[in-house]
Ligand binder design. Structure first.
Ligand code: ADP
Ligand code: MG
Length: 373
């Protein structure tokens, strides 16, 4: 029988847990052309959520959804090509239409179509120099939406990546200068590096300041996980007790990826009824799999950063108080602040309810076994 738990892939349908409020909110934004900025640590379910909101949109016929993953996009040029290709791919219904749009909407840039190896795989190829005629690319969704009398949702995933472009601020300025006039398109920006997303959307002097509503995604609550775990075991002729389901959610700290991953191994370990040692085995297994990666993370940290992580594991609240600094040998309070910033940029810790926590609950567990206990 197929393992009902999925991790590392976008989840949908049966595998998608709760998030009803977030879906309704996003759909309202899409309907009313409110731009959205969705931020959370990695693997909390941003991509799955946005795609689910698009797929379950009630009046879907009036909409076109365009999703772009900017992971690995390294330059403005690459962005423009990917953007234009995706917009056309999701809106044109026939080759003929593509041909006529290329002719009408790209009078200057004159893209060529390059065909890939797989069926229906193609992309647009054009050169942009000094941002001349960039309007042809950046206004494309609005022009197509107007022409076809549609609404469009353009999702830009891993948007924090644009921060690595050489001229990022002027690039952002350019995007905003066109997109702010769009009437029929709502933009949804997804990103994980909190510090970078804040830099782009929450700094007054930055072009995208107040461009849309910022949503910080929360964890999925325990009761939803318990229900999901019990239901998924049951549907595959296995049984997990509510206490065991609760334990999975707790160990994973309700982190969606890890709840699914641990449940995956518990399921494999189980014939009919989950045994109490199955959970421990699953955790050891996941940690063992990740250990080389965890070791590498720690190898790249300084002594004072490791000390700071120890204080975080021990749930110290006042990291830069003299008492904590002395207890953990954290150096100076300026060094604590600097290390907090570095550990956040490396996506090792993040701040939740005014407290620093590990992003990865199993890294935390492994770290406390190795360094604290
Ligand atoms: N709503 C959800 N229900 C169940 N599992 C989820 C949900 N959201 C995320 N997950 C789990 O987390 C993993 C990462 O989700 P993803 O959408 O890729 O997160 P992000 O885009 O924030 O990195 C998925 O592969 C899945 O295992
Ligand atoms: Mg994602």
């Amino acid at each position: 029988m197929k393992n009902p738990f999925v991790f590392g892939k976008v989840v949908a349908g049966e595998n998608f847990v709760n998030r009803h409020e977030e879906i309704t909110l996003l759909q309202n934004h899409f309907n009313h052309q409110i731009h959205t900025i969705l931020i959370s640590p990695r693997r909390w379910g941003k991509t799955s959520l946005v795609l689910q909101a698009c797929q379950t949109m009630p009046n879907t016929k009036q909409f076109r959804f365009c999703y772009l993953d900017l992971f690995g996009v390294r330059s403005e040029q690459e962005f423009y090509q990917k953007f234009a290709s995706e917009i056309i791919r999701k809106t044109a219904t026939k080759w003929q239409e593509i041909g006529s749009w290329l002719k009408n909407f790209f009078r200057h840039l004159k893209p060529k179509i390059s065909i890939g190896n797989q069926e229906n795989e193609w992309s647009l190829d054009f050169e942009v120099s000094d941002n001349q005629h960039i309007e042809e690319v950046l206004n494309l969704p609005e022009k197509i939406a107007q022409k076809k009398n549609l609404k469009m949702v353009v999702c830009l995933d891993e948007f924090q990546n644009i921060d690595s472009f050489t001229e990022t601020t002027s690039f952002q300025k350019l995007l905003r200068s066109y997109w702010q006039h769009h009437q029929k398109v709502s933009y949804c920006f997804l990103g994980s590096k909190r510090s970078m997303m804040s830099q782009i959307f929450e700094k007054q002097k930055m072009p995208f300041f107040k461009f849309g509503q910022v949503l910080h995604l929360n964890r999925i609550a325990t009761e939803h996980w318990i229900e999901f775990l019990q239901k998924s075991f049951q549907a595959t002729q296995k049984t997990i007790s509510p206490t065991q389901a609760l334990q999975i959610a707790e160990i994973a700290q309700n982190h969606p990826y890890y709840v699914q991953q641990i449940a995956f191994w518990v399921w494999l370990e189980t014939d009919k009824i989950v045994q109490n040692d199955a959970l421990e085995k699953a955790i050891k297994h996941v940690i063992a799999q990740n250990e080389p990666f965890y070791e590498q993370i720690v190898e790249n940290l300084s002594h004072s950063q490791i000390q700071l992580l120890k204080a975080i594991v021990q749930q110290e609240k006042q990291l830069s108080s003299q008492e904590t600094i002395k207890k953990y040998h954290l150096g100076t309070s300026a060094l604590v602040v600097k290390n907090q910033r570095i550990l956040q940029e490396k996506e090792i810790i993040f701040s939740e309810k005014k407290q620093y926590r590990f992003e990865d609950p199993l890294l935390e567990k492994w770290f406390s076994w190795k360094f604290v206990l």
